[in-house]
Design a protein around this ligand. Structure first.
Ligand SMILES: [Zn+2]
Ligand SMILES: [Zn+2]
Length: 362
């Protein structure tokens, strides 16, 4: 099988021909139909996260070994199943839940394998979808997508799930509470696609790229703030009559955006940091009790949340995110374009020539 692999951190991906795996036990082998290229793949390719102040945390220390096939937003067609795998049959097109854990710890036990300290996440700690084949350890990590198109469905495994789980942490909200969404990249647009399923509160979107704000406007009636020339903070203060907002979701996660988010909070507000851009947020400790605010993070989401999300998407006739597809051998080019901010919506690899639409049910 052909895989675009990370063989050295900080170096371009290499297209390798490797032996395809035989599914053992409960494993399922899929032919990759679509694989989203996620912003976090850039961090994995770099091999570290920026902690601000010149400090880094390295993925190698977290147990990420090389060579590794990236890609955690996978829709595939079942090719073969292990002898004891039940609930998956050859030919079925499925979305893969990638945030798999050890299966033994407390987090895994309570259905939060995405928070497992011994993660086996697909495309991070095991090989993912930048390949024509993907091996999944158990059929229970496969979700039906109905008539969703694979290149649209794949991004719910990370971008969609991450946005959804973050929004669930700050909802419900009253109509006049106000929600600030920082960043209208892939994650931010996902949040805008889903937000009206969770709250009817007033939504403000801030980005410094006019094209991304334009894309955001297609998903609903938001207050748009262009941070490229005027102070975003001043514009938010004006919009909220100096009161601030009850909730902020920061999909960028730089020091600058976290400061903007924190500074925009009303009393009793919550800032959720999702993006992994990197940086630092320094907060005066008395402000936490005096304003009664919450600062928290949100990392992807659980298997049950993904099931819930996919059911909403399938029922909701939601406007799909713009998705542009690329062949497998363009994986590095796509990463480069993502890094330069050149992608609006989602970039999706189509590693095989498998038809984009699942066969109609007889
Ligand atoms: Zn675990
Ligand atoms: Zn991701």
């Amino acid at each position: 099988m052909q895989s675009a692999q990370l063989t050295e951190f900080g170096k371009p991906l290499v297209l390798n021909e490797i032996r395809g795996p035989e599914p053992q036990g409960r494993e399922v082998l899929l032919e990759t139909v679509a694989c989203g290229v996620c912003h976090s793949d850039l961090h994995m390719a770099d091999g570290y996260y920026d902690l601000g102040g010149g400090r880094r945390t390295y993925l190698k220390a977290a147990g990420m070994s090389l060579p590794r096939t990236l890609g955690h937003e996978v829709v595939g067609r079942v090719l073969a199943v292990g002898p004891t795998a039940e609930g998956a049959e050859a030919g079925e097109v499925r979305l893969v839940y990638p945030w798999i854990g050890c299966g033994e710890c407390k987090e895994c036990g309570r259905g939060a394998s995405h928070l497992c300290g011994r993660s086996r996440a697909i495309g991070v700690f095991t090989d993912g979808g930048y390949s024509d084949h993907v091996l999944v350890p158990d059929p229970r990590f496969l979700l039906e997508i109905g008539d969703l198109r694979p290149e649209i469905a794949c991004s719910y495994a990370c971008a969609g799930l991450t946005a959804f789980s973050a929004l669930r942490k700050i909802t419900p909200l009253d109509p006049d509470d106000g929600l600030l969404i920082i960043g209208a990249g892939g994650l931010g647009l996902m949040a805008l696609q889903l937000v009206r399923e969770l709250t009817d509160t007033r939504v403000i979107v801030v980005d410094s790229d006019a094209r991304k704000l334009e894309a955001a406007a297609r998903f609903g009636n938001w207050s748009l703030i262009d941070a490229s020339n005027r102070s975003a903070f001043a514009q938010i203060r004006t919009l909220t009559r100096r009161a601030g907002v009850a909730a902020v979701v920061d999909f960028v996660g730089s020091g600058e955006t976290a400061r903007l988010g924190y500074g925009s909070l009303a009393r009793n507000g919550t800032l959720v940091v999702v993006g992994l851009y990197g940086g630092q947020l320094v907060v005066p400790t008395p402000a936490l009790p005096l304003k009664n605010v919450t600062i928290r993070g949100s990392y992807t989401g659980s298997l049950s949340e993904l099931r819930y999300l996919v059911s909403i998407v399938r029922a909701g006739q939601l406007r799909p995110l713009p998705a542009k597809t690329f062949p497998l051998d363009s994986a590095q080019e796509v990463l480069d374009r993502l890094r330069s901010g050149d992608i609006v919506g989602r970039a999706v690899l189509r590693p095989t020539s498998t038809p984009a639409t699942p066969p109609a049910k007889q």
